[in-house]
Ligand binder design. Sequence first.
Ligand SMILES: Cc1cc2nc3c(=O)[nH]c(=O)nc-3n(C[C@H](O)[C@H](O)[C@H](O)COP(=O)(O)OP(=O)(O)OC[C@H]3O[C@@H](n4cnc5c(N)ncnc54)[C@H](O)[C@@H]3O)c2cc1C
Length: 597
Amino acid sequence: MSNYQAPMRDMQFLLHEVFEAEQLWQTMPKVAELIDKDTADAILSEGAKLTSEVIAPLNRNSDEQGATWSNGDVTAPDGFVKAYQLYCEGGWGSLSGDPEHGGMGMPKMLQSFVEEMTQSASISFALYPMLTAGASLALSAHASTEMKQTYLENMYSGQWAGTMCLTEPHAGSDLGIMTTKAEALDDGSFSVSGTKIFITGGEQNLTENIIHLVLAKIPGAPEGPRGISMFVVPKFLVNADGSLGARNTVTCGSIEHKMGIKGSATCVMNFDSAKGFLVGEENKGLNYMFTMMNYERLGMGIQGVGAAETSYQQAAEYAIERIQGRSATGVKSADKKADSLIVHPDVRKMLLTMRAFNEGGRCFSTYVAKQLDIVKFSDDDNEKQQAEQLVALLTPVAKAFMTDMAYESCNLGQMVFGGHGYVREWGQEQLVRDVRIAQIYEGTNGIQALDLLGRKVVANKGQFLETYFTEIRAFIEKNNKQQALAGFIKPLAGALEKLKAVTDLIITLQKTDKDMVGASASDYLAAFGLLSYAHMWALMAEKASKQTSDDFYQAKLYVGKFFISRILPRIDSHINALEAGSGSLMLMPESLFNYNY
Ligand SMILES: Cc1cc2nc3c(=O)[nH]c(=O)nc-3n(C[C@H](O)[C@H](O)[C@H](O)COP(=O)(O)OP(=O)(O)OC[C@H]3O[C@@H](n4cnc5c(N)ncnc54)[C@H](O)[C@@H]3O)c2cc1C
């Protein structure tokens, strides 16, 4: 079933009304000269067409057929080559790229919607251009001008793809223990040797060249993460005139057989004295890679919302059409043998939960994208500094909370279909399998939670948090007296104070309990995510409450009120759980985990 329609109205509502993008763009000369409201809308509707008409119809077969490996070559599922060509011809790969090297320089707020549409249509397809966009971003930020000139234009155009080669069989979350090594050669290049696993798009038949960004250690480098450098290792070396030269000694040993995203090739990559070129300075590779990883992490959140949006669209349609049982308040469809599923409170709860997460998540990713745009395009140093803090603080939340809620949503979508959700025909079980990975790769959600609480909150004694809280408090104060928003403002203020109090408690307790941060992190991130979505729903309600005559705004308010009354209270259970401290997790001796029942 591939009847995905991009949620254009919601995207336009966020862009033009909630975040007043055009006004913001006017303050950014580099953006203002490129785009206005009409151009943004035209880009969105072209993106909607491509994703629903060309990419979405390929998704089911991509799961059935999968990517295939033979003698080191990888073939993407049927239709991907043609769709990828159309994607590139439309310039979608260059949308937010650096204009000096052939990119279009568009703001992230706009690009994030196109990303969501592509993910909704097919996660497997979306991953190929997504990794290229991330790799181009890292090169654009950290490579020399010569390197940018060699690679970026062809990567933006989609002729060449990019990958991210971090993970090794024994080094996943802990990259500091990686063993891939890079030895300096006389000509200034490096000889890279080692095995990387799980490399998305490491080999494929969509592009003529693949530019691998590889993390490796130069002999004599410091131990741990401080001794990691970044290298460009192209599949085909590039001649001085830009043409393709010799095949490099990097090969794909096999691809993984996976639970989902079967159309995306997940590759074992062997680097056998492959020729590599150092990016930037030695031993700064992990920092450079964070440029790419932060991009991909927000992208993962968007991937989650994309899949959950498709799940919702299909589940809502099914719930209206499927008839089972009668309404508790009396027969609703007397001409039929039963009423529609939509009369049952529990089915409504599932659909409303999905929608509250999807629309809250879309708003949140747009908010984070706005901060990224301020960092990149604003001339105001204060504003930039605040936005940088918000990006650092909110990126792990966008990655982990959005994907956790997306997984819950896709499971609910499957449940709305009952047994029909479990069989292949309706596409729901594929969505559940496909979206699951978003919680795992790009740093597991557990690692994101540690990043949020350990590095972004405790380590700086809540300084970034204060920047975020100050903004939420200002919004609360501005709208305190708005009668129409009363149902949003008070619960938001309550959630804010609860999070503030529990943050202070953790900052104190972790001084004596070294396991406190690890024991609290995932509950803390969940509570933080709920507060953030409450903030987003209040922002949306502020605009929607002014125009209730329209169905769109009415629906916004219904879903927003549902979020506040039925979902936000989850914050208490997360806070109660983490207040219990680390004892219940850490007291049981390790030997008892292996207890032989
Ligand atoms: C389909 C797919 C595509 C991928 N694409 C890429 C790619 O393109 N490039 C790439 O480099 N990698 C890629 N990966 C790898 C992915 O990023 C890693 O699998 C992920 O980061 C986790 O590493 P790991 O599998 O080694 O798990 P581990 O690090 O072994 O973790 C196992 C468990 O322990 C937890 N854990 C680990 N350390 C800690 C700690 N210090 N504190 C608390 N908990 C901890 C983790 O949260 C997890 O639950 C991909 C993986 C898959 C499956």
